[in-house]
Design a protein around this ligand. Structure first.
Ligand SMILES: Cc1cc2nc3c(=O)[nH]c(=O)nc-3n(C[C@H](O)[C@H](O)[C@H](O)COP(=O)(O)O)c2cc1C
Length: 183
């Protein structure tokens, strides 16, 4: 069975993006294997500490190397994706051996799906900038993306409720991702 690795760009216990990932996982159930990548312990990029890489960096690189695709669920922070996501992707974009820019990195060529839950812009800025970053580091960004506007009542309850349209958009994205990696 093909594998999809989820990255959730929020550390918040009741994260709406984590709840969106929960729905996506249900949509993928039985079709692909889903794993979640913890990026909370990845240290800040420091070129003095690249070789050998920190243990948490080795761990995320191994997980990314072994997956068929990634699916990133990103909040929008000030019109962009959170720094934690940038930091992890920066590590993934670096060579494994000092000075070796010829060998493809573990993120190069990986299929990456992007979704986000946020305020009224539906994470448009976050998803667009993340697309730009992923393209820059040579990942293959799935064209189908889902941006969810968090419903007014959800802000009070911390429970993500999706409209039929939002759920359908996520379902279509899940199908597009499966089709892409089954090719
Ligand atoms: C630093 C910061 C900046 C934010 N900027 C935006 C923003 O530009 N647009 C937006 O829709 N929401 C913004 N928010 C609100 C988040 O959308 C909201 O906190 C959301 O719940 C975060 O996702 P999560 O529930 O997965 O943690 C911001 C939140 C933080 C902490």
């Amino acid at each position: 069975m093909k594998k999809v690795l989820f990255i959730i760009g929020s550390l918040r216990a009741k994260s709406f993006n984590r709840q969106l990932a929960d729905v996506a996982e249900q949509l993928l159930a039985g079709r692909v294997e889903v794993e979640r990548l913890d990026i909370s312990d990845v240290p800040l990029v420091n070129q003095d500490k690249e070789f050998p890489a920190p243990e948490a960096v080795d761990r995320i690189r191994k997980a990314v190397s072994e997956t068929h695709a990634l699916w990133i669920f990103t909040p929008e922070y000030n019109g962009s994706y959170p720094g934690m996501v940038k930091n992890a992707l920066d590590w993934l974009s670096r060579p494994l051996v000092a000075g070796d820019y010829a060998t493809p990195t573990c993120i190069a060529g990986k299929v990456v799906a992007i979704s986000g839950a946020g305020g009224k812009a539906a994470t448009a800025g976050s998803c667009a900038k993340l697309t730009e970053l992923l393209t820059f580091i040579r990942a293959e960004v799935l064209e189908s993306q889902t941006g969810v506007v968090i419903a007014p009542e959800s802000w009070a309850t911390d429970v993500l409720t999706l409209s039929d349209e939002q759920r359908e958009a996520l379902r279509q994205q899940a199908e597009a991702l499966i089709a892409k990696i089954e090719k």
